[in-house]
Write a protein that binds this ligand. Structure first.
Ligand code: GDP
Length: 534
C-alpha cells in the first residue's frame, strides 16, 4: 500500500500545485459539459462549447469517430492541461463505455484522483458503479459532482444514501442545494459559508456568491424565499447530525467523498468543485514500482507509459505514448533510459496537451502527462528513468472475455493484417494471439463493441476490409513456470497454444474444466488471467 497520507514530505511548489485527475460518469451525466466548463474557467478556451466543436471537427476525420459519436461514446482517451488559480490541472479523459474497461483501468493508473459525475435525477447508474469499482481497486480519492440540479432531481438525502449504500463510501456534503427542480435557486457552500445563487438567464455566468455568517445570518432570508429557507435549514441541520464532516485523510484513503451539487450547463457549482479539487484533491502521489516506489519529490525524472495511441493522424503513421511523470523535473531534449530495452532515448519532441492544441513541452513536472511521439518503441507499461532500472507496477493486462478469429477480406493481404493487428495489440486496443498450429489470428477483447471498432479502424487506417468469425475458444490464460515444465505442457497441448504480441505463451480453451484440469495435472505450470505489462 502506498503512503497516501497528508503528512508526506513537502513537495517542491511546482509539483505541489499539480492536480492530475480523471472524470468518471455514466454516459449523459454531463462529463463533456463539465469538462468544457473546467476549460472555460481554466482560461483555456474563450467560450464554452469549443470542446464539443473541436471534438466534432476531429471526429469527422473518420467514420470510426463517427461511429463513436453516433453511439454517444468516447473511446479515445486524451489528456488536457490547464491552469486554475494557483493550480495546474491535468485532466485525463477516460473512455466512457464499459467495453473499454481495461483502457479505463490503465488510464486510472495515471491519475491521483477521480471526479465522479452523477445525474441528480438518476443517481448512481451502472457505468458509474463499474468505474467506481475500478477506482476502488486503486484506492483512488474521489470527489463527487451531482449534476443537473436545475432539473427535477431526487431528494438530496436519497442521492447521498444511494452513493453510500451502492458504492460503500462515506459522503460528506461540500455544498447543499436549496430548492429543487424549477425552484432550485442555488447552493449553500458548507465549506466556506457562502450562498451561491444560480443565474438561469445566463448559462456562462458565474454564480453570484454571498458571504454568510452562519446559518442564523439574516442575509439568508434576504436571498432565499421563506419556504425554501425553512426546508433548507431543516435539511442542513439533519445533514450535520447524520453525515460525517470532511476529513482529508479519509478522502485520501478513498473512504470518504465530498459532494458538490450544481449544474454544469449553467456553469453552476463548477468553480466550487474546482476549488475543492485544488484544496483537497491530492498532490501528485507516489507510484508503485519495482524494486522500489517512486516519490514525486525525487529530483530525477521517472515516468511511465499508460496509453499508446496510434494513428492520431492517419496520414502519418505516428504514435503517441502518453507518459505520466512520476517524479522530477523534465526538460525537453532530456535523454532518458527506456528501462525495458535499457536503451537511451532522447525525448526531443514531447507534447503537452493543452485544451485546444498540442504544444511542444519545454518542461514538465511530476504529475504531468506528456505525449512522446515514437515509432513503436514505447509500449504500455514501459518506464523511462534517468538510468535507474525501475519498473512501474500495477498496469495489468486482463485476459479477454470474447475471442474471435480474424481474416483479411483479401487473402493476399494477410501480412498487412498482421501488421495492423500488432499495432492495435501494442496500443492495448485488443489482444492478438497467433495460434501455434495453423494460420490466422485470434483476437480477444473485453466487449463486443471492440470488435466493431477494431474492424472499422483496420479498414480506415489500413485500407483492409476484415472479417471476424466465431472462434472455438472462449478463454485465454497466460502460461508461466519453469522452462522445462512449460515446454512439456505446451508440447502436449499444441492445439490450445498461441503467442500474444509480446511472444508470451497463451493457453486458449473453451472450458473452465480444462483450466482446472491443467492446474491439477501440471502443478508446475501457472495459468493466469492477468499479466503485468512490461
Ligand atoms: P456526457 O455524455 O457525460 O459527456 O454528457 P454531456 O456533457 O454530453 O451531457 C449530456 C446532456 O445533458 C447534454 O444534452 C447536456 O446539454 C445536458 N446537460 C449537461 N449538464 C446539464 C445540466 O447541468 N443541466 C441540464 N438540464 N442538462 C445538462
Amino acid at each position: 500500500m502506498l503512503d497516501r497520507t497528508s503528512n508526506r514530505p513537502k513537495l517542491p511548489p511546482e509539483i505541489a500545485r499539480r492536480r492530475t485527475f480523471a472524470i468518471i460518469s455514466h454516459p449523459d451525466a454531463g462529463k463533456t459539459t463539465l469538462t468544457e466548463k473546467f476549460l472555460l474557467y481554466g482560461g483555456a478556451i474563450q467560450m464554452a462549447g469549443q470542446v464539443r466543436a473541436k471534438g466534432e471537427a476531429r471526429r469527422t476525420r473518420s467514420d470510426f469517430m463517427q461511429m463513436e459519436k453516433d453511439r454517444g461514446i468516447s473511446v479515445s482517451a486524451s489528456a488536457m492541461s490547464f491552469d486554475f488559480k494557483d493550480f495546474r490541472f491535468n485532466l485525463v479523459d477516460t473512455p466512457g463505455h464499459s467495453d473499454f474497461s481495461e483502457d479505463t483501468y490503465r488510464t486510472l493508473t495515471a491519475v491521483d484522483a477521480a471526479v465522479m459525475v452523477i445525474d441528480g435525477a438518476k443517481g448512481v447508474e451502472s457505468q458509474t458503479q463499474k468505474l467506481f469499482e475500478v477506482c476502488r481497486l486503486r484506492d483512488l480519492p474521489i470527489l463527487t459532482f451531482c449534476n443537473k440540479m436545475d432539473r427535477e432531481s431526487r431528494d438530496t438525502f436519497e442521492i447521498i444514501d444511494e452513493i453510500q449504500e451502492n458504492l460503500a463510501i462515506d459522503v460528506t456534503p461540500a455544498s447543499w442545494p436549496i430548492g429543487r427542480g424549477r425552484d432550485f435557486i442555488g447552493c449553500y457552500d458548507i465549506l466556506r459559508d457562502r450562498l451561491d445563487l444560480m443565474d438561469r438567464a445566463d448559462r456562462n455566468k458565474v454564480a453570484e456568491s454571498i458571504a454568510i455568517e452562519g446559518l442564523d445570518d439574516p442575509k439568508l432570508a434576504e436571498h432565499v424565499p421563506a419556504d425554501l429557507l425553512k426546508v433548507f435549514l431543516e435539511e442542513i441541520e439533519m445533514a450535520r447530525e447524520l453525515l460525517p464532516p470532511l476529513d482529508q485523510q479519509a478522502l485520501l484513503d478513498g473512504t470518504l467523498t465530498p459532494i458538490w451539487f450544481g449544474s454544469a450547463i449553467n456553469s453552476f457549482g463548477v468553480k466550487e468543485l474546482m476549488e475543492g479539487i485544488g484544496q483537497f484533491g491530492p498532490e501528485p502521489q507516489p507510484q508503485s514500482a519495482e524494486p522500489r516506489a517512486v516519490a514525486p519529490e525525487e529530483t530525477k525524472v521517472a515516468g511511465f507509459v499508460f496509453k499508446v495511441q496510434a494513428n492520431m493522424d492517419p496520414k502519418h503513421r505516428d504514435r503517441v505514448a502518453f507518459v505520466r511523470l512520476a517524479s522530477g523535473h523534465f526538460k525537453r531534449g532530456m535523454k532518458l533510459t527506456h528501462v525495458r530495452s535499457k536503451k537511451p532515448m532522447a525525448i526531443s519532441n514531447p507534447v503537452l496537451f493543452l485544451a485546444s492544441d498540442r504544444e511542444l513541452a519545454e518542461e514538465a513536472w511530476a504529475g504531468d502527462i506528456i505525449g512522446i511521439p515514437n515509432h513503436g518503441q514505447l509500449r504500455i507499461g514501459d518506464t523511462l528513468t534517468e538510468g535507474e532500472a525501475i519498473r512501474v507496477t500495477g498496469i495489468p493486462s486482463f485476459a479477454p472475455e470474447l475471442l474471435q478469429g480474424v481474416r483479411a477480406g483479401d487473402p493476399m493481404k494477410s501480412k498487412h493484417l498482421e501488421k495492423a493487428l500488432m499495432q492495435f495489440a501494442e496500443e492495448g486496443a485488443a489482444k492478438v494471439f497467433k495460434p501455434a498450429i495453423g494460420s490466422g489470428f485470434i483476437v480477444g477483447v473485453v466487449g463486443q463493441l471492440q470488435f466493431e471498432v477494431l474492424a472499422s479502424r483496420i479498414e480506415l487506417e489500413y485500407g483492409l476490409p476484415v472479417r471476424f468469425d466465431a472462434s472455438q475458444f472462449t478463454s485465454a490464460r497466460w502460461v508461466s513456470g519453469e522452462k522445462d515444465a512449460v515446454e512439456k505442457f505446451t508440447n502436449a497441448n499444441k492445439q490450445h497454444i498461441s503467442h500474444d504480441h509480446d511472444g508470451d505463451i497463451v493457453y486458449l480453451t473453451r472450458l473452465q474444466w480444462d483450466i482446472d484440469r491443467i492446474e491439477r495435472d501440471y502443478p508446475d505450470v501457472k495459468l493466469t488471467a492477468t499479466k503485468e505489462m512490461m
